[in-house]
Design a protein around this ligand. Structure first.
Ligand code: NAD
Length: 254
């Protein structure tokens, strides 16, 4: 129950989906949570829910693609809690398309949120972790960063970049006591996946397709991924850095 006791954790994109599950699990383990999202209404409501459940928490609004908003959010968290132990870069967006069907605007937007957003987050938080000579960065990539999934060139590329950024930070800041790891989740039934299901011509066929394309023959749950994040955030993983943790029902093995 206290695997993250008093660790101050910023979790991006935690007004929804996987980020919410990570925040809940971290809270159950005694962490202090800063919910960072650009959706103020949902983010504030969620931070309040955490507080009502006994978790010390705050909301900070930021668009992860904006450097100055990162700066303000990090300053607000340090002002409130005095330190930052864990950064979970969870925000990510998806849109399908090949090199010919993906618009340049969509490609750039996905890169901006999924790649630049993670980069800017690490850039904003690392100086505080260096001052502390301790910190854990967890970046949420995807199975799509390991295997080229059909018709999603921008998303695949962005998530491969997240994996390499993680390794780069692991190498560059190991001497400062900072660990950086990433998780490659497989498909989970979150709002992001619900949007894909809702836009399918045949919902049931799409649901079956999205469930049965991997050795374990089902979608994962956000909680199953959150458990991996607890491990990487905690002091149970002091020798783990630069690692790529697949939690995907075996999808990336094939
Ligand atoms: N859902 C899946 O099956 C799946 C599989 C593999 C990896 N992932 C990855 O997991 C992460 C979370 O996915 P999810 O399914 O929970 O997504 P989601 O769409 O449910 O939630 C994304 C959250 O990010 C926030 N957000 C979006 N753009 C933002 C921005 N520019 N600045 C700040 N906040 C922003 C949204 O408000 C929302 O709260 C993503 O990185 C995604 O790529 C998801």
């Amino acid at each position: 129950m206290n695997r993250l006791k008093d660790k101050v954790c910023i979790i991006t994109g935690s007004a929804s989906g996987l980020g919410k599950s990570i925040a809940r699990k971290f809270g159950e383990e005694g962490a202090v949570i800063a919910v960072l999202d650009f959706n103020a209404e949902e983010g504030q409501a969620f931070a309040l829910e955490l507080s009502q459940n006994g978790v010390t928490s705050m909301f900070t609004q930021a668009d992860v693609t904006k450097q100055e908003q990162w700066r303000d959010s990090v300053a607000a968290v340090i002002k409130e809690y005095g330190r930052i132990d864990v950064l979970v870069n969870n925000t990510g967006i998806f849109k399908d398309g090949s090199a010919l069907t993906s618009s340049v605007e969509d490609f750039k937007r996905i890169m901006d949120v999924n790649v630049n957003g993670v980069y800017l987050g690490m850039q904003a938080v690392l100086p505080q972790m260096i001052r502390q000579q301790k910190g854990s960065v967890i970046n949420i990539a995807s199975e799509a960063g390991l295997i080229a999934i059909a018709n999603q060139i921008a998303y695949n590329t962005s998530k491969a970049a997240v994996i390499m950024m993680t390794k780069s930070v692991a190498v560059d800041f190991a001497a400062d006591g900072i660990r950086a790891n990433c998780i490659c989740p497989g498909r989970m039934h979150t709002a992001l996946v619900q949007r894909i299901l809702d836009s399918a011509e045949d919902y049931d066929a799409q649901f079956k397709l999205m469930s049965e394309d991997r050795p374990l023959m089902r979608m994962g749950t956000p909680d199953e991924v959150a458990m991996g994040a607890v491990y990487l955030a905690s002091d149970e993983s002091p020798f783990a850095t630069g690692s790529v943790l697949s939690i995907d029902g075996g999808y990336a093995c094939v």
